[in-house]
Design a protein around this ligand. Structure first.
Ligand SMILES: Cc1cc2nc3c(=O)[nH]c(=O)nc-3n(C[C@H](O)[C@H](O)[C@H](O)COP(=O)(O)OP(=O)(O)OC[C@H]3O[C@@H](n4cnc5c(N)ncnc54)[C@H](O)[C@@H]3O)c2cc1C
Length: 377
C-alpha cells in the first residue's frame, strides 16, 4: 500500500464502519450462543484487520502504531472477542520479526496474513510469570524436550505455532535461564483443556496446556538461550499500548451510550442530563478519557520514533485499567437497571472491559514496570 499514513488509517476506519452492522450482529450471536462463529475470523481475515501492523513484505499493511491504534480503538467498541482477534494478531508476530532467523520468519511470520493464529504461552498454573516459570525445555542432542503446564493461553489449541516461555537451565549467576521455544501445532505430547467461558469476551478460546516430553528441533529456539523474558518484553511493550487503546475504545463507546441515555431519560419531571449529579459523572469520565487518549498518543509517537516505551506503555495500561473501570461504572450507574440487563450492550461491554485487567499483566505488574526508570532498575 503506497498511500499516506493518514489515508491508510482513514481507509481501514472506513472498512470497519462498513462492517459495523455485521460486527454488531456477530457480537450478539456470540453472546447468544457462547461461541464465535468461524465467519467472524474469516471476515477479519478477508478485510485485512488481523494483519494491519504486519510488514508489507509478509502480506500485511505495515501500519505504524500511530496509524494502527485508531483502528483498534474503533474495533474495541464491538464485541470483546472481535477486539481480541484484532489486538492479538496485530501484536503477537513481533517477537518472531525481532528475534527470528530467516528460516523461522519464512516459516511462521506470514501466519496472520494466512488468517491463522499464534499463541503466546507464558502464564502458569503453579508459578509466577517471571524467572520462576516452571515449564522446562531440556536440550537433548539437537532436540528440545518440553515438560510442564501453561494456563489461560488464548487460542492455544487452534494456533499454528506457540511461543513457549520455558526454563532451559541456570545462568552463571545462578538464576533461572528462561528462553523462548517455538512449538508448532503438529508437535506431539501436548494436551489442551478448554477453560470455561470467562466473565467477558465470551466465545474467545483460552486453554490450559500440558506438555509431556514434547519434542521440537534445536533450531526452534527463538533468540538466544536466556533471552526468553526479553522476547516477551519485545512484544508486550507495544501490545500493552494496544490494550490501553482497547480500554479507551470500549470505554468511550460505553460513555457515548450513557450520554445518549441521559439525554433522553426523564425522571421526576426532568431529563437526567439536567441533573448536576449526572453532569459530574459525565465531566469526570470525559476528562479521564481525554487524559488516556493523550497518554496513548504520546507513547505511540515515542514508539514510532524508535524510543523505548516500556515504562510509558505500562503507565498507559495502568491508566487504562483504572479509567475504564471508573468510566464503565459511571456508564452503568447512569443507565440505571436498564444497563444491567443482558439485552443492553452496556452489560456486555462492562464485562468485556474486565478481561483487560489481566491480559498482558495486572495493574500491580504495570506499576512495578512503570517504576523501573525512576528507581534506576
Ligand atoms: C482473557 C485473558 C487472556 C489471557 N491470555 C493469555 C495468553 O495468551 N498467554 C499468557 O501467557 N497468559 C494469558 N493470560 C494470563 C494473564 O496474562 C495473567 O492472568 C496475568 O498476567 C496475571 O497472572 P496470574 O493470573 O498468574 O495472576 P498472579 O500472578 O497469580 O497474580 C494474582 C494477584 O497477585 C498480584 N501479584 C502477582 N505478583 C505480584 C508481585 N510481584 N507484586 C505485587 N503483586 C503481585 C497480581 O497483580 C494479582 O492481583 C490471559 C488472561 C486473561 C484473563
Amino acid at each position: 500500500m503506497t498511500s499516506s499514513p493518514s489515508a491508510r488509517t482513514a481507509h481501514f476506519l472506513e472498512v470497519v464502519e462498513s462492517l459495523a452492522p455485521r460486527l454488531e450482529e456477530y457480537g450478539d450471536q456470540i453472546e447468544d450462543t457462547g461461541r464465535a462463529d468461524p465467519g467472524v475470523r474469516a471476515l477479519l481475515h478477508e478485510t485485512g484487520l488481523m494483519r494491519l501492523t504486519l510488514p508489507e513484505e509478509r502480506g500485511g499493511a505495515g501500519l505504524t502504531a500511530q496509524e494502527y491504534l485508531p483502528v483498534l480503538r474503533r474495533v474495541a467498541g464491538f464485541h470483546g472477542t472481535i477486539r481480541m482477534f484484532v489486538h492479538g494478531m496485530n501484536g503477537v508476530w513481533r517477537p518472531l520479526a525481532t528475534f527470528g532467523t530467516d528460516e523461522q520468519k519464512d516459516r511462521w511470520l506470514g501466519i496472520p496474513a494466512r488468517g491463522e493464529l499464534f499463541a503466546f504461552a507464558l502464564t502458569e498454573l503453579d508459578s509466577g510469570t517471571g524467572r520462576d516459570v516452571a515449564t522446562t525445555a531440556e536440550l537433548v542432542g539437537d532436540t528440545w524436550v518440553i515438560n510442564g503446564r501453561k494456563n489461560l493461553i488464548s487460542w492455544a489449541s487452534e494456533a499454528e505455532v506457540q511461543y513457549v516461555i520455558a526454563r532451559t537451565g541456570t545462568t552463571p549467576a545462578g538464576t533461572a535461564e528462561i528462553s523462548c521455544i517455538l512449538v508448532p501445532r503438529s508437535a506431539e505430547g501436548m494436551t489442551f483443556e478448554r477453560i470455561r467461558d470467562g466473565m467477558g469476551c465470551r466465545g474467545s478460546i483460552h486453554d490450559r496446556i500440558s506438555y509431556q516430553d514434547v519434542q521440537v528441533p534445536a533450531e526452534n529456539l527463538l533468540g538466544e538461550r536466556g533471552a526468553g523474558l526479553r522476547v516477551g518484553a519485545s512484544f508486550l511493550d507495544v501490545s500493552r499500548l494496544g490494550i490501553a487503546t482497547s480500554l479507551l475504545g470500549i470505554s468511550e463507546r460505553a460513555f457515548e451510550l450513557a450520554c445518549e441515555f441521559v439525554r433522553h431519560r426523564t425522571t421526576f419531571g426532568k431529563v437526567l442530563a439536567e441533573r448536576q449529579a449526572i453532569q459530574m459523572m459525565v465531566g469526570e469520565s470525559a476528562a479521564e478519557l481525554f487524559s488516556l487518549e493523550s497518554a496513548i498518543q504520546r507513547t505511540a509517537q515515542m514508539y514510532d520514533a524508535g524510543h523505548p516505551i516500556q515504562s510509558e506503555a505500562a503507565m498507559c495500561k495502568l491508566l487504562g485499567i483504572e479509567i475504564a473501570g471508573r468510566v464503565s461504572d459511571h456508564a452503568l450507574r447512569m443507565h440505571g437497571g436498564t444497563g444491567y440487563m443482558g439485552e443492553h450492550r452496556l452489560e456486555r461491554m462492562y464485562r468485556d472491559t474486565r478481561a483487560m485487567w489481566f491480559e498482558e499483566g495486572t495493574a500491580e505488574i504495570q506499576k512495578l514496570v512503570a517504576s523501573r526508570p525512576y528507581l534506576g532498575a
